[in-house]
Ligand binder design. Sequence first.
Ligand SMILES: [Zn+2]
Length: 114
Amino acid sequence: MADIASRLDSVRKSIERLAELAAPAQAEEARRLADTLEAQLDNLVREVAAHPADQALNDLPRSPRHEEIRCPVCSLRSFTYQKGTLRRSADSRSGLEALYHCLSCGHEAWHEAQ
Ligand SMILES: [Zn+2]
């Protein structure tokens, strides 16, 4: 965020400088435009601060609804969710997948989680 703040400062300074460069006839309009741009920047900063990029990660459930599912290899209901492996997946219908390990045959694979 500190990096973004310093880059924003640089953009603000450029907007100020641009407003100063305007010919006297356009000075007032340039000033208004500069104020508008700076206000838009401030709004953007507030929106970004309110919605951090990692928010989506916080929305993940802690564990899948079914921690033991049918193993695709031995078909026993011992395909067990491995703690902490739940993640988003664009490929699965539920949008989630997790690593499962079969306690019976040892098969291990990423599988759709619900
Ligand atoms: Zn198995």
